[in-house]
Structure formats: structure tokens, C-alpha cells
Design a protein around this ligand. Structure first.
Ligand SMILES: *[C@@H]1O[C@H](CO)[C@@H](O)[C@H](O)[C@H]1NC(C)=O
Ligand SMILES: *[C@@H]1O[C@H](CO)[C@@H](O)[C@H](O)[C@H]1NC(C)=O
Ligand SMILES: *[C@@H]1O[C@H](CO)[C@@H](O)[C@H](O)[C@H]1NC(C)=O
Ligand SMILES: *[C@@H]1O[C@H](CO)[C@@H](O)[C@H](O)[C@H]1NC(C)=O
Ligand SMILES: *[C@@H]1O[C@H](CO)[C@@H](O)[C@H](O)[C@H]1NC(C)=O
Length: 570
């Protein structure tokens, strides 16, 4: 049906996938004599800078910084490089500022402010790393290839914006916040500009008469040879997923590089010990098998830990558990029991938990910054803020996610497919919200998509599910974007569907949509009438929020061996 493509392959066996790369070469008509196509014949430097700055929101900042950064012989590509380069410079200044404030402030700031400064340092370092990756990519590619790199570039630049916002969110109305706001003003404007330029690259190129390529990959369907296994798996799991899990039978699991076992039957007794012993550089997937047990430790998979696969004995048997929380004085960003920064992380058959409870407010079980992260057959259990899907592209399949307030939140592009979403009982004066997406710039390609999932109350909420209100989401930031489609929504969800954050904040700018849902909570006649809310009726529009289009999943999910539906399920 349409672009639907189901892909099943064994996790580390040969991925039986046929890749078809369709490259469309767009030749635009050249101005003047039109040779070369590199824009060399462009008139003056300032005209060129004006054209490149034309899609930005902060034009004066754009032209001022670019005029100072390129000389009269610069070509368009050098100007685009410079747009990234000046952003690095300004983010570095802000980083230096937090460094100085944190160093001088110890003892003079309250503890939360000191933590906020330390977190800013960390977040701005992530932003710098991301900008360096962006710069390398832009300079390594031919001008004409840049538009085909737009997805990645936009993904990275969105994270740069997001990290700066998260830094500021750590402060309350203190003078430290004012100082940081000032310190981040220019870098935030330049980051937004860079995203605008990259987003409008095709148009900019067209106006320069530069020819360019765009590409999109397509995948064929394949069936797994695995036999269907009925035992051990929950009712709601599809046959296809059971086959996938069957292929992960202990005897057939990928050989781990290391085994973690609480009972001493592996090389390490804690996950942290295994991570500390991980080689600094490793080519290929580094596989960590964590045997059954409850691991009471806080885990941070830092940036250097890329392409790690961690698997357990099942989401209820191998559990990483913690209870850090805001009420006890830890900033939300640092409450996560398990945090993943390194790209290409994959987890399966594991549980992640924060047991702080509703009274402790923000308490994250899992925080994910990892680009192209995959979670398969996992559980994330908590109350407020269970799953911080912070930045980049993420895919969750056959997971169980439980919580109360904003329990799936962040500024990532994340799709939850075939998941069970469980709403728990909050404090008596609280209201539940499944999502709180945090997009701050309308050009960020980020959003949360819930597809073919079930949204239900847990046993403790069930008797009071109509009295204690629960909603699909609320706008954490101005351009919050969430789509719920092809899902079964229980009567636990209020007829209004969505809840405001604060008065009319973001109600015009957010994008909340529903498509082809069923169940008593899916009736849309009583829904909010905000300008930003819509019921999608056109299948082509719904397709924009599916794995193939929204995550460009066909280019990276097959390597994970995870089953996924690329388009619509029904
Ligand atoms: C202009 O800048 C480029 C690279 O930034 C450099 O290679 C070139 O020599 C410069 N030209 C002049 C005239 O300064
Ligand atoms: C990037 O900026 C730095 C510092 O301003 C400058 O020295 C360097 O030449 C710039 N590089 C490019 C390629 O623009
Ligand atoms: C940031 O600090 C480092 C180390 O003190 C210094 O070398 C660098 O020039 C500073 N950069 C900016 C942009 O302030
Ligand atoms: C905010 O203000 C209160 C005092 O009014 C302080 O206790 C708290 O730690 C401050 N900082 C943050 C970042 O919340
Ligand atoms: C912080 O200040 C702003 C504006 O001055 C105000 O609207 C907001 O309520 C204040 N927040 C807190 C937590 O005090």
C-alpha cells in the first residue's frame, strides 16, 4: 500500500536488502555565458552575501558577520562555510563565558545555578562538536552536492540550536540567566541563520544558477527466514516482530565483545566498568551483552562511544535503574539513569527506569542525543519526564514507555512504532501529558511521531482515568510538533486531546496532527480548535511523518536489523 515496505533481517546476519539509489540531477539554466556552474560569474560580494542571507531571520547579523569573514574573491561555497565558521566562533565565546562563570562562581552561586553553568559548558561543547561536523561536511563536499546533504546538515544544526536553548532552560530568573542570555544572543542568531541558509540551499543555488543534485534512496521488501515463535512474547506484538525476536534467541545472538553480569559470570559486574574498558577507537559495532539483573548505576555513553549495541535478556529482566530527580536538587538534564550521546546507539531487550516517583517531579529514565539511535523491545519506565528524546534522529520499535507528565519529550525527530504507551497515576493535583515536544525554530526538521501504538492507562490510573485528565501532548516550545497516527487511543485521553502549556503560548505556531487513529480516545469532534492543530485526511500528508520520509530511515535503519515499516502501516 503506497510507499509501505516492511523490512526484516537478522540482526547481524547478512542484511538482505537491495538498495536503489535514485539520483535526480537538476540542471538549472545558467545566467550569462553560464560556464562552470560554480557561481564564479556572480556580481559583487555584497550581492552574493545578501542573497545567501535572504532566507535568514537575523539578516543584519548575517550580513555583518559574513562581510567580515569572506574576501572579495569568495565563492558561494566559501560564504556558506563562513556562515558555519562564524557560528563556531560565537558558540566558542559563549562556551568560554560559561567556563569562566563556572570557575569563578563556585561558592557564590546557589547549587542549581552552578549545576546549570556546568551543564551549559557540556551542552555548548556538544554544539561546537556538531558545528565542526557541519563545517567538515560542507567543506568536504562539492558545491553541487550540498543540497543532497541538507538532511544531515539540518539535523546537526537543529541540535546546535537545541543545546543552546537547553542551556538557558537550566536557569531561573537569576542574574546568571541574564548573563547567559546575553552571551548566547549572537551565537543563537547565527545558528538560526545557518539553519535557514542550509534549509533554503536549493533556492539559493537556483538564484546563483548553480546546478545541483538531490537524492533519495528506496528499499525493497525482504522476508526473514525465521520461524514464527509464539511463546514468551506479549499479545500485542506482531508476528513479524516475534520472528525478529526469535532470531535473537540466545544461541543465535551476536557474539558480544564483552559480557556484563551482576552475578560475576561475565567480564564485568557493572555497565560502567564495561564502558570504561571499551577501546578508544573501534571499527564496527561494539556489542555489549548485559545479563539479567537490576543494575543500579547511572550510565553515560559519551560521544566517543559510537555504534554500540547493548542487549539484555529482556526488558523486564535486564534493567538499568536509578532515582535521580529535580526535587532532590538535580537538574533534569542530569537526572537520566541512562544517557546516550555517541551516535548510532542501539539497545534491545533492556529496561531503563527512574524510580523517583511522581512526587519528585522531573526524573528521567533515558536520555538520547545519539543520532540514528534505535531502541527495540525495550522498556522506559518513570513518572514525569521518563524519556528525554533530546536531539537527532531516533527510532523506537516495540517498546513500552510509561509515565505521567511530559513523559516523552525533547527536540529530536523520533518515531515510535508499534509501541505500548502507558499512562500512570500522577499526583492528585496533576494532569498527564504523553508528549512535550521542544522545537524552537520553525525550520528544525524535528518532531515526535507516534505510529501504530496503543495508548492506555495503567492499573492504578484506570479507575480514575476519566477524573484525572490525560492528554496527548502540550507545547513545551514555540514550534512543538507531534503527530499521532494509526494508533489506538484509549478513553484515558480527554476529548480535547491536547493541553495548553501556558495560556495561548505556541497555539498558533505548534503543529499537532492526528491521522487514522481508532479507539474511544481517538474521536476528534471534541478536539482543541487551535490554529496549529489539524486532523490529517490526506494520505500523502500523513506519509511525510513516516520512517522513510521523516527519518530518512531507509538509509540507516536496515543496518540495525530492526524491523520497521517505512510508510503507513494500514
Ligand atoms: C580570499 O580568501 C581565500 C580563502 O579564504 C584565500 O585563499 C585567498 O587568498 C583570499 N584572497 C585575497 C585576495 O585575500
Ligand atoms: C574560520 O574562522 C577562523 C577564525 O576566525 C579563521 O582563522 C579561518 O580562516 C576560518 N576558516 C574558513 C575556512 O573560513
Ligand atoms: C576561548 O578560550 C580559549 C582558551 O582560553 C582561547 O584560546 C580562545 O581564543 C577563546 N576563544 C574565544 C572565541 O573567545
Ligand atoms: C532558583 O532560585 C532559588 C531561590 O529563589 C534557588 O534556590 C534555586 O536553586 C535557583 N536556581 C535554579 C537554577 O533553579
Ligand atoms: C521570570 O521572569 C519573567 C519576566 O520577568 C516572569 O514572567 C516569570 O514568571 C518569572 N519566572 C519565575 C520562575 O520567577
Amino acid at each position: 500500500m503506497g510507499a509501505k515496505a516492511i523490512l526484516v533481517s537478522t540482526l547481524f546476519g547478512v542484511a538482505v536488502v537491495a538498495v536503489v539509489i535514485a539520483v535526480a540531477v537538476t540542471e538549472t539554466k545558467k545566467k550569462g555565458q553560464g560556464s562552470g556552474g560554480d557561481g564564479a560569474e556572480l556580481s559583487t560580494r555584497s550581492e552574493m552575501i545578501n542573497t545567501i542571507c535572504s532566507p535568514t531571520d537575523y539578516k543584519e547579523t548575517c550580513t555583518t558577520f559574513l562581510s567580515g569573514a569572506v574576501n572579495s574573491t569568495a565563492k558561494p561555497k566559501e560564504v556558506i562555510e563562513a556562515a558555519v565558521n562564524v557560528t563556531i566562533e560565537e558558540v566558542t565565546k559563549a562556551f568560554n563565558l560559561t567556563h569562566d562563570l563556572a570557575a569563578s562562581g563556585n561558592g557564590t552561586h546557589d547549587d542549581m545555578t552552578q549545576q546549570a553553568l556546568e551543564n551549559c559548558k557540556e551542552l555548548l561543547q556538544y554544539a561546537r562538536d556538531e558545528l565542526h561536523d557541519t563545517f567538515s561536511d560542507v567543506s568536504a563536499n562539492d558545491m553541487k552536492d550540498l543540497p543532497s546533504r541538507a538532511d544531515d546538515l539540518r539535523n546537526w544544526l537543529s541540535a546546535v540550536i537545541s543545546y543552546q536553548v537547553t542551556c538557558l532552560d537550566g536557569f531561573n530568573n537569576s542574574s546568571a540567566k541574564e548573563t547567559m542570555e546575553k552571551g548566547l544572543k549572537v551565537s543563537s542568531e547565527l545558528s538560526s541563520n545557518a539553519l535557514a541558509i542550509v534549509t533554503e540551499l536549493s533556492n539559493i543555488f537556483a538564484s546563483f544558477s548553480i546546478s545541483f543534485k538531490t537524492g533519495r534512496r528506496l528499499f525493497s521488501e525482504e522476508e526473514s527466514p525465521e520461524k514464527l515463535q509464539k511463546d514468551e512474547y506479549p499479545e500485542w506484538m506482531s508476528a513479524e516482530d516475534r520472528r525478529m525476536l526469535a532470531s535473537l534467541h540466545p544461541a543465535r545472538r551476536p557474539t558480544p565483545n564483552v559480557v556484563v553480569a551482576k552475578d560475576g559470570t561475565g567480564q564485568f559486574k557493572t555497565i560502567n566498568d564495561a564502558l570504561n574498558a571499551m577501546p578508544k577507537t573501534y571499527v564496527g559495532r561494539y556489542v555489549i551483552y548485559v545479563k539479567a539483573g537490576i543494575y543500579n548505576e547511572q550510565v553515560l555513553m559519551d560521544k566517543s562511544k559510537v555504534n554500540v549495541l547493548m542487549y539484555g535478556d529482556g526488558p523486564r529482566r535486564t534493567i538499568v535503574s536509578g532515582s535521580k530527580n529535580f526535587v532532590d536538587g538535580v537538574q533534569t538534564f542530569k537526572t537520566a539513569t541512562f544517557a546516550v550521546v555517541g551516535d548510532g546507539f542501539m539497545a534491545h531487550s533492556m529496561g531503563f527506569r527512574n524510580t523517583a516517583g511522581a512526587a519528585k517531579h522531573q526524573a528521567v529514565a533515558l536520555r538520547v542525543q545519539s543520532d540514528q539511535a534505535v531502541f527495540y523491545n525495550c522498556r522506559m519506565d518513570g513518572y514525569q519526564d521518563t524519556l528525554y528524546a533530546q536531539t537527532h534522529r531516533q527510532f523506537y520499535r516495540n517498546c513500552v514507555i510509561s509515565g505521567t507528565i511530559d513523559f516523552i519529550f525533547g527536540d529530536s525527530s523520533a518515531i515510535f512504532q508499534n509501541c505500548l504507551i502507558i499512562i500512570r497515576r500522577p499526583l492528585d493535583n496533576q494532569q498527564n501529558t504523553v508528549t512535550a515536544h521542544g522545537r524552537t525554530d520553525r525550520r528544525e526538521p524535528t518532531g515526535l511521531v507516534i505510529q501504530n501504538c496503543r495508548i492506555v492507562p495503567d492499573g492504578q490510573l484506570f479507575p480514575d482515568r476519566l477524573k484525572i485528565p490525560s492528554y496527548l501532548g502540550r507545547p513545551w516550545k514555540e514550534y512543538s510538533r507531534t503527530v499521532v497516527m494509526e494508533s489506538t487511543i484509549g478513553d484515558v485521553i480527554q476529548p480535547a486531546g491536547w493541553m495548553p502549556w501556558d495560556g495561548d503560548f505556541a497555539l498558533k505556531t505548534l503543529f499537532y496532527a492526528e491521522y487514522n487513529n481508532k479507539g474511544p480516545g481517538a474521536i476528534t469532534t471534541g478536539r482543541v480548535n487551535w490554529p496549529g492543530f489539524k486532523v490529517i485526511t490526506d494520505k500523502r500528508e500523513a506519509l511525510q511523518y513516516t520512517v522513510g520520509t521523516f527519518l530518512d530511515g531507509a538509509s540507516w535503519l536496515p543496518a540495525s536489523g530492526t524491523p520497521f515499516v517505512q510508510g503507513l502501516v494500514h
